[in-house]
Design a protein around this ligand. Structure first.
Ligand SMILES: Nc1ncnc2c1ncn2[C@@H]1O[C@H](COP(=O)(O)OP(=O)(O)OP(=O)(O)O)[C@@H](O)[C@H]1O
Ligand SMILES: [Mg+2]
Length: 269
């Protein structure tokens, strides 16, 4: 890939998989079930940008601000100063809807248009380079018909395409399903899709992450095991195929014979 500027995510292994990051200006759909780590990944992406001098905005419609901040405080990538200095802006779309006098649960076509205009104005005014909407599913849920949802998503796509920033949209899907969105339109306005899922491994739910599509980059589609920890935030490690299992088992036997711990940088599928 040449001459495309990249937007690093702050997750080392993910950036390596995409030859450096999301192509600047992309819209990336981050799909997963509840608790799969979508919000955390988006926040890590925004704080990574802020550390590099790229201002970001996070629009939430599912979690109140105080809860979001409280959850974030445990992570080492979180830096209160970046919030205070306005490098990372967290905005509750429900508060904006309230100020616009909109019904919090149901939007008309005009309401959705007004909200979209405000969202664009905020992003332009703050001159953000990174934008997150968490979640596109909850936003569309407030629209009354499939036609309205379709119309809104396409308008959002058109707006994002001309904005000077790289966007992550989170998408909620039921657990253990391999689909990318609730309304099956969201993926069509997205340049990239990242799927976070689970694998049940002997009663333990292992988190997984896979880059499904990323326009403009030669990326790997390998499924990784994903770990969330306070110290390192989101990190990825290779998932070994069953054919690798015997060698890992032998490694384990030899390690225990030598009184060593098992390497912790591999997860067996
Ligand atoms: N400080 C922490 N250290 C380690 N893991 C954490 C920490 N905080 C949260 N987690 C893990 O992250 C999970 C929640 O992640 P997150 O909120 O990003 O998921 P989500 O996909 O946005 O969920 P939802 O769809 O409900 O909004 C928790 O269930 C927990 O396993
Ligand atoms: Mg979330």
């Amino acid at each position: 890939m040449t001459n495309i500027e990249l937007c690093s995510t702050g997750i080392e292994e993910l950036d390596i998989q995409m030859s450096g990051g999301f192509p600047n200006g992309s819209t990336v759909l981050l799909t997963g079930c509840s608790g799969s780590g979508k919000t955390t990944l988006c926040m890590q992406y925004l704080f990574e940008g802020a550390r590099k001098g790229e201002r970001g905005v996070f629009f939430t419609i599912t979690e109140p601000l105080f809860k979001l901040t409280k959850n974030l405080e445990g992570f080492s990538f979180y830096d209160k100063k970046l919030i205070e200095s306005g490098m990372v802006n967290v905005i509750d779309l429900r508060i904006i809807s309230e100020r616009l006098g909109l019904d919090a649960e149901k939007y008309t076509v005009e309401d959705a248009g007004a909200l979209l205009d405000i969202l664009k104005d905020i992003a332009n005014e703050l001159d953000v380079k990174r934008l997150v909407i968490d979640s596109i599913t909850a936003l569309c849920y407030r629209l009354q018909s499939r036609e309205m949802i379709r119309d809104f998503i396409f308008k959002l796509g058109t707006s994002l395409a001309v904005m000077n920033c790289t966007t992550m949209l989170t998408s909620e899907v039921p657990p253990q399903t391999y689909k990318f969105s609730q309304y099956e339109i969201e993926e069509f306005i997205s340049d990239g899709i990242i799927f976070v899922g689970d694998i049940d491994r002997r009663g333990d739910l292992i988190r997984t992450l896979q880059v499904v599509k990323m326009r403009g980059t030669a990326h790997s589609r390998t499924k990784f095991a994903m770990n969330i920890s306070a110290e390192r935030g989101i990190e990825l490690v290779p998932l070994l195929k069953s054919s690798d299992f015997d060698s890992v088992l032998m490694e384990k036997v030899h390690s225990s014979l030598r009184g060593m711990d098992m390497p912790k940088d591999k997860v067996i599928l």
